[in-house]
Design a binder for this molecule. Structure first.
Ligand SMILES: [Mn+2]
Length: 480
């Protein structure tokens, strides 16, 4: 081999080796390190982790997914303080925060959570938050089978345990935790999470600057099978369809184009609901939660509509990352059944906050009609007292991307010269002199309707957009 070629090859090999080595260190560098020695004793106090974890262990032959709908064996094996990759955009690391950020009360509610995931949640908070920002960690044990799951953890400094005397569900449990909190800022956290580097400061900073902001982190994915920590996309926000089914969706393209700083907050129409930070006075002022909602589900819509419509805002902060074990099923049971509870809760949200647009909720979820949902009088009174905006305002200003089903129908006044189209009975049409104007126009003459307002017993012409076809229809329900 000629010397020149050999030398080039050699340089190449050395170069790629150098890149490999630097990548290795870079990778190492970006892993959130844990000052292990300092933590032991200092952060967990007299707490005996080994005894706590070995008190509940999977027996040989047991299905590791049975009780928690994730691989318990893998979670138990991992230990409570593993390093995870720092999944933030690199520019997040150079952001600075106020030196006088106020502390927060962390509220974690759970029902029969696995000990290893619950402990890892708590330890990740203690390891990756500035100690001065953690006022306390309030565990609300929603009547788990074993009171010790919660009680033993109070040996860890700052950890408190409140236990419900009966199953209340996550909504009333969170309210209990919030009422017991002594800090001015509340941080709600799920019980199978791992918070990432500097997760807390960006959220507290935003709430400190404006107490009406309710902020969420980007929620990374912890695999339910092998507990790998996986970065979630930073281009997502919370959305929903008319059946009030939550979904992650892409940020609208115009907003995406306008984002030249990946560390900027993302406005979101709704939050997923499990993890967020909110000023305590603002939480109380806005009426906490609808405590007539049971167990789980729908409370994130109710809170999100209320925050936006009553003067606040919701955002996702890309520089705050928290991992969460997303599951395919609920491991615990709903005393009233899963579907019924979800319908009751979302129906309460729709009835209180969605005004005339609730018809689309019922159209998308016909089974909700006629299902009991209890009295909503106090929530309606709250909405009046807070003088909140309409749901129409919310759709126009916060979530214009949500397609309104009836906008495919065109209601209009049809006129030719001085003549207007007029209904004769319910079947036929004729041209006649235009009578009246605006709302004083007789019902027999086709009126100009706003897309959503259709008076009871009024006729309207339904024009399908696809075909050049129209028909006369009678409004079934008043949507005005
Ligand atoms: Mn969860």
């Amino acid at each position: 081999m000629p010397v020149l070629v050999r030398r080039r090859l050699c340089v190449r090999v050395l170069l790629s080796l150098w890149i490999d080595i630097s990548l290795f260190f870079l990778e190492k560098w970006s892993v959130t390190h844990v000052p292990h020695v300092e933590i032991e004793g200092q952060l967990v106090g007299s707490f005996d982790e080994k005894a706590y974890l070995s008190g509940k262990q999977l027996k040989p032959g047991d299905d590791p997914y049975r009780d928690h709908a994730f691989n318990l064996q893998e979670s138990d094996r991992l230990g409570s303080e593993r390093a995870i990759r720092d999944t933030r955009h690199y520019r997040c690391a150079s952001i600075s925060f106020d030196h006088d950020l106020p502390p927060t009360s962390i509220i974690i509610t759970f029902h029969n959570e696995a000990r290893s995931t619950l402990l890892r949640t708590i330890k990740s908070v203690l390891m990756r938050s500035p100690p001065s920002l953690i006022q306390e960690i309030i565990l609300v044990d929603d009547f788990s089978s074993d009171p010790e799951d919660c009680q033993l953890l109070t040996q860890i400094p700052k950890v408190r345990c409140l236990r419900n005397g009966r199953r209340e569900g996550l909504i009333r449990s969170r309210v209990r935790g919030a009422n017991a909190a002594s800090a001015s800022i509340l941080t709600f956290l799920d019980s199978h999470c791992e918070v990432n580097a500097d997760w807390l400061q960006p959220m507290i900073q935003r709430v400190k600057e404006d107490h009406t902001r309710v902020v969420s982190p980007i929620i990374d994915v912890i695999s339910l099978d092998n507990f790998a920590y996986l970065a979630a996309s930073a281009d997502l926000r919370g959305g929903f369809d008319w059946s009030l089914h939550f979904k992650w969706e892409q940020i609208p393209i115009e907003q995406k184009m306008a984002r030249n700083d990946p560390t900027q907050p993302i406005r979101t129409p709704v939050i997923a609901g499990g993890i967020f930070v909110m000023d305590k006075n603002w939480f109380n002022h806005l009426g906490q939660y609808d405590t007539h909602m049971d167990i789980w589900g729908g409370e994130n819509f109710e809170l999100s509509f209320r925050v936006w419509m009553c003067g606040g805002s919701l955002e996702i902060l890309p520089c705050s990352r928290v991992g969460h074990v997303f599951r395919k099923r609920h491991p615990y049971d709903f005393p009233e059944g899963n579907a019924l509870t979800y319908i009751k809760n979302t129906r309460r949200a729709a009835e209180v906050w969605m005004d005339e647009y609730k018809q689309y909720y019922y159209a998308a979820r016909p089974s909700a009609q006629g299902k009991a949902f209890g009295s909503i009088a106090d929530r309606l009174a709250l909405r009046r007292k807070l003088n909140c905006n309409s749901f129409r305002w919310y759709l126009e200003n916060v979530y214009p991307e949500l397609r309104i089903p009836e906008q495919e129908t065109v209601y209009t006044l049809l006129r030719q010269g001085g003549l207007c189209l007029e209904t004769h009975g319910t079947e036929s049409l004729a041209l006649a002199e235009c009578k009246g104007s605006g709302l004083n126009r007789p019902q027999s003459q086709v009126r100009v309707f706003t897309p959503l307002c259709c008076g009871q017993k009024a006729h309207y012409i339904h024009i399908t957009l696809q075909a050049r076809h129209f028909s006369i229809l009678l409004c079934q329900i008043s949507t005005c």
